[in-house]
Every structure is written in C-alpha cells, then in structure tokens.
Design a protein around this ligand. Structure first.
Ligand code: C5P
Length: 300
C-alpha cells in the first residue's frame, strides 16, 4: 500500500512583519492564498526506523535528503506522536520552486503529514494535523488549510477569509533561491529598532470580499520585498516587466525571490507570461489560479 498527497504552493497577498519575538520569529499578519501549483508526496511503507526521501522535478538537486528535509521531519513527528514503529520512504515530485517564497518545503511537510496519516492509519484529526504542522514551520498549517486565510502569530495561526473570485496569477522564478532567515535578518537591519505590531490591511480584506481583481491588485503588499531585493537586485527588473504589461498587481512572494503578477483574465495572463519569459530577467515562468484547496490525498 502507498498513500499520495497533492499539496499546493502559497502566495502572500499581504505580508506585514512586526517585531522580533523572544523565540527568534517575527510576529506576522499575512493573507495567504493557495494556488494551483502542486507538489506530490508519495509515502511507501519501509522497515522499522527507516525514514528516507527521494526528490524529483523542479529544483530536486538542491533539496536536502536528511533531517533538513521538512517532509522527513513531518513523518518522524507523526510516527513519534502515535507510537508508529514502521518507517516510511517518501517520494516528492516537485513543481514548486525551492527557496522561492512559495512555501515549497512547508507544503511538502503538509503533504507528508496527510500521506503518512493515511499510510499508517493513525487517524489523526484535522485539528491534530494542524497542531503538528505548527510545530514544523510557520507556513505548514496554511498548506493544510488552503483557500484564502489570514495568518497571525508567526504565521501559523490561520483563520478563513471571506472572499470571492478566482484569480489568474503569473509567477516568475529567479535563477537563485533566497534563504528565509537571511531575508528576515536583512529586514531587521533595514527596519531598525522600532517596528509596529502588524495588522492585516483593511483595504485588501474589502477588495477580497468584492472579488474584483483590479481592487485586489492595488492592495498587494509585502514588508519583506525590500529585503529580498537587497539580496537579489534582479527582482526589480522582473517586477518592471510585469508592470509594463499592465499587471493588476506585481509583488515579491513571501521571502522571495519569486515574483507574482495578477492578470485581469486568461489572455492577459498569457501576455504577461510571454513578456516575462522573453525578457531574460527570470529563469522560468508559470501560470496558476487561486484560491485552491490545501493538501489532499489523491488516488494513484
Ligand atoms: O517557520 P519557518 O521554519 O518557515 O521559518 C524559517 C525561518 O524564517 C525562521 O527560522 C526565522 O528565521 C524566519 N521567520 C521569522 N518570522 C516568522 C517566520 C519565519 O523570523 N514569522
């Protein structure tokens, strides 16, 4: 028997960063959206104590295969919580950029929780899984939940957003990744001592309720953008290309360096994607729609 989960990328429509907390994390107020780019996490039974991961697809060569891999940590955590003695061989097929600000590693952990829960038949409830997800990383709970959600705390406390509409996105991958801790460290350097407690922008919430992509595009905001650009200046050129094509919104995703562009419709998304792909300012361009659901079991 094997169990396979399909698990989405996330983007941040708003990412407001607050003060550094005593635990080393920053308080956040963010609005997440899950988008239709998926990794697949397949769990195969393995001998007692054996936990392995193999990775194929986008960025496979740079994904850690030891305990640095969040999916392995997720499987070990679930086994420990339920006293499972078997091991697991995970196979991750990636579509989502590694170190791209799209929660690629976090979503693989969410997928591993869902797949191992099924493989081992331990019957963890959704609430249980959300609790384990929060122990693994700030974005992992949202990757289970999907849709549109507000994230508070360090990002791990999610609550649903009243939202309408489906949104057409174009994503531009950089030829390099950015480490999330170094982007937050740069944020610390740039922001100085006084940082206010973050709040979810009211204008974005109104725009999401209206379902109007023009309004939503105007409200995209990311406090980490300046830090990501400091570490990866080519982001500026990528953003300019999308803006010149009339993107309704253009912003760095999460801690970057992936840039996201909101299109008015399908034809507009094609125009933006073609312009970005031929601009030489980014490595790969992908299209996605959102919101989509969170990590789910699939058959096959
Ligand atoms: O929670 P996650 O493992 O994704 O976080 C990775 C790193 O990003 C943390 O170790 C921390 O340096 C930084 N971070 C932060 N504040 C957050 C989330 C992440 O400083 N709210």
């Amino acid at each position: 028997m094997t169990a396979t989960a399909r698990t989405p990328a996330k983007i941040n429509l708003a990412l407001k960063v607050g003060p550094l907390r005593p635990d080393g994390f920053h308080s956040l107020a963010t609005v997440y959206q899950a988008v239709s780019l998926y990794d697949e996490v397949r769990a195969h039974p393995a001998a007692r104590g054996q936990f392995t991961v193999a990775v194929t697809g986008e960025g496979a060569g740079v994904v850690p295969l030891d305990d640095g891999n969040l999916a392995i940590r997720a499987a070990k955590l679930l086994a420990k919580k339920y006293g499972v003695t078997e091991g697991v061989d995970l196979h991750i097929n990636k579509t989502i950029a590694v170190a791209g600000g799209l929660a690629g590693g976090s979503t693989d952990a969410a997928g591993a929780l869902v797949a191992c829960n099924e493989l081992w038949g331990v019957g963890a409830s959704r609430e249980d899984l959300l609790g384990f997800a929060a122990l693994l990383g700030s974005d992992v709970p949202f990757c289970l939940v999907g849709g549109n959600a507000i994230g508070t705390g360090r990002g791990e406390i999610t609550s649903p957003v009243l939202a309408r509409g489906s949104y057409e996105w174009v994503l531009a991958y950089s030829d390099r990744g950015l480490s999330t801790p170094s982007v937050f460290a740069t944020f610390e350097e740039l922001s100085g001592d006084v940082v206010d407690e973050p709040e979810v922008p009211a204008d974005l919430m109104t725009a999401l309720r209206s379902g109007d992509p023009y309004q939503v595009g105007q409200c995209l905001t990311n406090d980490l953008a300046e830090s990501a650009i400091r570490l990866c200046p080519s982001i500026n050129q990528t953003l300019e290309v999308g803006e010149e094509c009339g993107a309704l919104g253009a912003i760095v995703s999460g801690s970057g360096p992936t840039c996201i562009f909101l299109a008015g419709d399908d034809a507009h998304a094609i125009d933006i994607a073609v312009a970005l792909a031929s601009s030489g300012t980014c490595r790969t361009v992908q299209r996605a729609t959102g919101p989509v659901g969170g990590a789910r079991l699939i058959t096959g």
